[in-house]
Design a protein around this ligand. Structure first.
Ligand code: THU
Length: 130
């Protein structure tokens, strides 16, 4: 788990954040041991920004992995407390992560909150509701 957070911190250095200067790193651990990272990538048209969590998860799926291949996820930023994913990312995490996925929210100071998606997005709207 510390390695996953460490990888997210390393990845956060690659964030493209000329506007907010707020770097976020995410790391997804697969059941095969591989770790896939993602960062926030901003845009001059601000609304087109992609958050770190979604960058990481889209990479996981782009590489051909699926929900069942995912074990854990970490999200890190230079925040006062553990970095909390935005609402859009929670919605995407709800759809793409397995329900049991261990989620570690952390910061550069070493604070860690362990959670699960149902805690981050209770009473969610998802694929089963269609
Ligand atoms: N950001 C993330 O990458 N993840 C979140 O869950 C919250 C926000 C990014 C988007 C933007 O580049 C910057 O942080 C400030 O909002």
């Amino acid at each position: 788990m510390n390695k996953l957070i460490e990888e997210a911190i390393v990845a956060s250095k690659n964030a493209y954040t000329p506007y907010s200067k707020f770097n976020v790193g995410a790391a997804v651990e697969l059941t095969n041991g591989k770790i896939i990272t993602g960062v926030n990538v901003e845009n001059a048209s601000y609304g087109l920004t992609n958050c770190a969590e979604r960058s990481a998860l889209f990479s996981v799926y782009s590489l051909g992995y699926k929900q069942g291949d995912i074990k854990a996820m970490a999200v890190v930023a230079d925040t006062e407390g553990p970095c909390s994913p935005c609402g859009a990312c929670r919605q995407v995490m709800n759809e793409l992560l397995p329900k049991s996925c261990e989620i570690y929210l952390s910061n550069f100071k070493g604070d860690i909150k362990r959670t699960i998606i149902n805690e981050l997005l209770p009473f969610s709207f998802g694929p089963d509701d269609l």
